[in-house]
Write a protein that binds this ligand. Sequence first.
Ligand SMILES: Nc1ncnc2c1ncn2[C@@H]1O[C@H](COP(=O)(O)OP(=O)(O)OP(=O)(O)O)[C@@H](O)[C@H]1O
Length: 296
Amino acid sequence: MCGATGVDVRGLGVSVAGRPLLQGVDLQVPPGRRVALLGASGSGKSLTVLALLGLLGQWFDVQGSLRVAGRDLPWRQAPGRRPGMAAVFQDSQAALNPVVRLDRQLLPAVARRRRLGAAAAGRIVEELLREVGFEDPEQILRAHPSQLSGGQRQRVCLALAMAAAPDLLVADEPTTALDMISQHHVVEALRRCTGPGRGGLLFVTHDLAVAADLCDDVVVLERGRVVEAGPIREVVAAPQAPFTAALVEAARAGLRPAPTPPAPTPSALTRPAPVPPALVPPDMTPRGAAPVGVAS
Ligand SMILES: Nc1ncnc2c1ncn2[C@@H]1O[C@H](COP(=O)(O)OP(=O)(O)OP(=O)(O)O)[C@@H](O)[C@H]1O
């Protein structure tokens, strides 16, 4: 549904009681492209997402235009009515009913969204769960949300979002509360569900390393304004805005291995845990520095 033009936000401004919160935000997500929306806490990422999904409260004044597949859309629309869009949020616990088994949540939702009978919906649910990385979908379907880890719950939410076969998936800080291994599984699931030949992705995060691993482009927000935008590899290699340069430097510092401990024979307890290679985008390692995850 996003057609050849995808999603095109121009001059988005949001204010409340005359106080500007977003100003002149431009954001494009071409079909099948993965775009990171990056910014510090309070920079305006969530407001941008809410505007995109049509979910901003009436008390916000909104300016600018939103075109999806060449069609102008209003800034407010009833939940679930945005054509071609689906979303996952940070709090996967709140997105699922904790006291209802997952099969009783997923099957009716998929049957409704795809207009299928129970048997066909069951097959689609299994396919979706496999796509987000579950080898045994039946075991997941028999579980209650509280029996899953945060990362597993997030992938269930992703499967549910993909039931709508969205042209644009909005993932609002889906990995923020997760440990590195769970984060890796969620990132790989997002990679499988979006990209060329699939829908586009708007990946909202404050983590540049994860964004660089997953996304093609980046839009950097600072205090409600876009301070940098472009292909993420170029931005990481040569950030123009001071804020982006600080983010790149911080990400590099965070990814460097800890100094070698003084003990002559380092044990597993004194060594930094190895980072899965897929979590470390190659161009985040400064020239001359040891690759992350390789014990020095
Ligand atoms: N309902 C509201 N009323 C007034 N100000 C608001 C409201 N919601 C958000 N803001 C302000 O808008 C700015 C952007 O908030 P937003 O939640 O979009 O930031 P964010 O980048 O998503 O931050 P975080 O990463 O912490 O979620 C902040 O200064 C915030 O205080």
